[in-house]
Write a protein that binds this ligand. Structure first.
Ligand code: PHE
Length: 345
């Protein structure tokens, strides 16, 4: 018989198929699949061929058995070779580009309002200011009376201020820290006092019942209106850029005389290089410290003068970043917050 035994032919074509599959397999799982499909003891394709031996002429059986052993050994060693090649990282069909830079995980960033706070402190720090703190639960005296605000003033009304059981209140501004600092330290005083303040406001796009303020106070001999204007104008230029103009608009606060609201007009450079002037934006309330406040705190108003200011970093962050709804600062939506991150990917 010159014809190739049909089972030997079948084994050879299985061998070719298995080798082709091995070549395409590019991980351990795929290699194992090939091994089970062809060399598996029960369902492997080579075992299935050998099962047909029983119906065959006994004289032809040894040739088929020998061929089966040869194919098994060949596949076994091809499998081992391919496994070793993949483990050495030399997989030819690999889709992993080992030269790609690693993907960085975003680990967080400073909140936009914190960034503005940090900037305010950096600028005033350069101008010689230090940091002061006061309690959030205050007395009527520190929050109003010592600040030249009689208790029948509308600000002291229960409609506006959150009173605590037992007579205290949640401070409605950071100005009480002026009084506490004046009581605790001899002038010269140059402080910045950050902190939370509370008002009976509805929660909407421009109001929140709790918000941050930064208070500033300068008291010394000979502090004049010129020091006041020059300091705040310099601050505004350092925060918004040298092209910024500053306007002091007459206003009223019980604890400053005269009082002003400070507005800025910014020059914005657009991506195409052209410039654009904004409207006037109000950034703080301010004024010369009223002599009655110095007096209440035990500081001689004949000897000392000063100025004070208060601003809302949340409001400044809105103006700076073009945010239109204050509530987004409180909702902690990571998609919103990561836009302000220095290291946002
Ligand atoms: N306390 C004022 C407010 O909350 C701001 C202010 C502070 C005004 C200091 C003048 C001087 O609106």
């Amino acid at each position: 018989m010159t014809d190739v035994n049909p089972l030997v032919a079948e084994l050879r074509s299985l061998e070719a198929e298995a080798l082709a599959e091995l070549e395409r397999a590019d991980d351990a799982l795929a290699l194992d699949g090939v091994r089970i499909r062809y060399l598996g003891r029960k369902e492997g394709r080579i075992s299935l061929v050998l099962r047909k031996l029983g119906q065959m002429d006994p004289a032809l059986r040894p040739a088929v058995g020998a061929e089966a052993n040869r194919v098994k050994e060949a596949l076994q060693s091809a499998l081992e070779g391919r496994t070793a090649a993949l483990e050495a990282g030399a997989g030819t069909g690999s889709t992993t580009d080992l030269t790609l830079p690693g993907r960085r995980q975003w680990v967080g960033g400073r909140h936009p309002v914190t960034r503005v706070m940090d900037e305010i402190f950096r600028i005033f720090g350069d101008l010689g200011f230090t940091r002061a703190r006061g309690p959030e639960a205050e007395t009527e005296w520190y929050n109003f009376e010592a600040l030249n605000t009689p208790l029948d003033h509308p600000a002291a009304d229960e409609q506006d201020t959150l009173y605590l059981q037992g007579g205290g209140l949640l401070r409605s501004h950071t100005s009480p820290v002026q009084v506490r600092t004046l009581q605790a330290f001899e002038p010269p005083i140059r402080i910045l006092a950050p902190g939370w303040v509370y008002r009976r406001d509805t929660y909407d796009a421009t109001h929140t019942p709790a918000f941050l303020q930064v208070e500033g106070l300068v008291v010394d001999e000979g502090i004049s209106f010129v020091d006041f204007k020059a300091t705040l104008a310099e601050f505004a230029r350092r925060l918004w850029g040298p092209g910024t103009t500053v306007r002091f608009r007459p206003s009223f606060f019980p604890f400053t005389e005269p009082s002003a609201e400070v507005d800025v007009k910014r020059v914005i450079t657009l991506p195409d290089g052209s410039t654009h002037e904004t409207d006037w934006l109000e950034i703080m309330g301010a004024g010369m410290v009223d002599p009655n406040v110095l007096d209440a705190a035990g500081v001689d108003p004949e000897r000392y003068t000063g100025f004070a200011f208060g601003m809302g970093p949340g409001r400044i962050a809105m103006l700076k970043y073009g945010v239109t709804d204050l509530r987004t600062f409180f909702e902690n939506d990571i998609r919103f917050l990561r836009q302000f991150s220095e290291d946002s990917p």
